[in-house]
Design a protein around this ligand. Structure first.
Ligand SMILES: *[C@@H]1O[C@H](CO)[C@@H](O)[C@H](O)[C@H]1NC(C)=O
Ligand SMILES: *[C@@H]1O[C@H](CO)[C@@H](O)[C@H](O)[C@H]1NC(C)=O
Ligand SMILES: *[C@@H]1O[C@H](CO)[C@@H](O)[C@H](O)[C@H]1NC(C)=O
Length: 377
């Protein structure tokens, strides 16, 4: 990763209160849904106190607009991928994690389109067992407010996923054998978005250890640990890579250990290891224009001709294209007792090791502990 800076930011997830009293008997992560058998809504539990799936999984040309509530997404190639982001403008991930919808770089998936300029840096890495994407964003252009982001994954506090009923596919797993016309479901996936950054991993269900490589139990550790990467603003690249060590697993002096984050009510303290990006190679640079070919003129706001939907989508939601400072959003952490004013992303932490990184965007693990202490104190 010559010359790349290390994107070692951390997103302080502020997930909703865990409902220990309800867990799905038919959890999302266990649902096998072939691409040609996608139902209108994949969620089946109707007794979940958290609610029911708010969007739909059958997505087509009728649902392809900036009001779309499509909850089926794809991570295919650097020029053909989607993110999860809120439907209504100016929403925190904490408030909308169960309802986020798919925003894609390309038309053809029946989703919202990622607005021009929303992604300011992007690293796409294909490994033997998963695909990882990471980058920098103008989050207001994706309806995201607040300083802190959160995790979206195929688990969720009740097994329904975040979003509830979200489905993820790819045509670019090793097991797709290069056939872009075949779409394989990823049952295990995790995304982090917020603080003007994002990352995600989608695991090949036929690859090695999809559950461990796309673990969803480390929501307080952000991208730095869940999807270690070297993305940086202004760089768009597609690479091959090795599989990372399963999230939470680390080796010291030949001894393998597994770290578990403490309960949310407990200070996270010192994380006993620093995650480093797995080796990558064959990086091919792209221009933003070559990737976002369908984004011209697209904004987050619903189009004048868009069909009405339940989504409150007033016009003029997008913040200006430039600037995009994550701090100052002010509405962060509404579901916790957060009372700090510290920004989740620090600046200028040095790259941990190797990688030849220059100045990093983000915080070191030491700073994570400090930030979390402030957040949860
Ligand atoms: C298009 O998607 C919508 C929303 O899921 C669905 O109601 C409709 O039946 C679909 N249309 C076709 C032709 O499949
Ligand atoms: C699959 O699609 C990607 C672009 O999304 C393209 O670069 C690649 O050449 C395609 N592969 C084949 C075999 O057509
Ligand atoms: C976003 O929401 C916050 C909190 O509700 C509000 O204070 C702020 O004015 C909103 N910003 C925009 C651009 O609508």
């Amino acid at each position: 990763m010559s010359g790349s800076t290390l994107l070692s930011f951390t997103l302080l997830a502020v997930s909703t209160v865990v409902r220990a009293d309800y867990f799905s008997k038919d959890p999302l992560v266990g649902k096998v849904v072939p691409y040609d058998q996608i139902p209108y809504q994949v969620m089946t539990d109707t007794d979940d106190p958290r609610g029911f799936q708010t969007g739909y999984n059958i997505c087509n040309s009728t649902t392809e607009n900036q009001d779309s509530l499509c909850q089926t997404m794809f991570v295919n190639h650097i020029d053909d991928f989607c993110l999860w982001a809120p439907g209504p403008p100016n929403s925190t991930i904490a408030d909308t994690e169960g309802d986020v919808v798919a925003w894609c770089s390309k038309k053809g998936h029946g989703t919202r389109i990622i607005p021009d300029g929303a992604i300011t840096g992007l690293q796409f890495i294909k490994t033997p067992s998963y695909i990882q994407i990471a980058g920098t964003i103008n989050q207001a252009m994706l309806n995201i407010a607040g300083e802190y982001g959160g995790e979206l994954d195929s688990g969720g506090q009740d097994g329904e996923g975040n979003p509830m009923g979200g489905l993820v596919y790819s045509n670019n797993f090793k097991s797709n054998n290069g056939n872009n016309a075949s779409f394989q479901q990823a049952q295990h996936w995790s995304f982090f978005i917020g603080a003007n950054q994002f990352c995600g991993k989608v695991c090949d269900s036929t690859g090695s250890n999809p559950q461990g490589l796309c673990q969803n139990i480390y929501d307080r550790l952000g991208c730095e640990y869940n999807a270690p990467n070297t993305a940086s603003e202004g760089v768009f690249e597609s690479c091959d890579g090795d599989d990372m060590t399963p999230v939470g697993t680390y080796v010291v002096d030949g001894q393998t250990s597994v770290y578990h984050q403490p309960a949310e009510s407990v200070d996270i303290g010192v994380i006993p290891y620093t995650a480093t990006p797995a080796p990558s190679s064959n990086c091919v640079p792209f221009t933003s224009a070559a990737i976002f070919t369908d984004a011209a003129g697209v904004t987050a706001a619903s189009g004048a001709s868009a069909s009405a939907s339940a989504t409150p989508a007033p016009s003029g939601s997008g913040a200006g294209a430039s600037g995009g400072s994550a701090s100052g959003g002010g509405s962060a952490a509404t579901k916790t007792s957060a009372k700090n004013s510290g920004s989740g992303t620090g600046s200028g932490a040095p790259a941990p090791t190797g990688s030849g990184g220059a100045s990093a965007i983000g915080v070191s693990s030491g700073a994570i502990a400090i930030a979390l202490f402030a957040l949860f104190a």
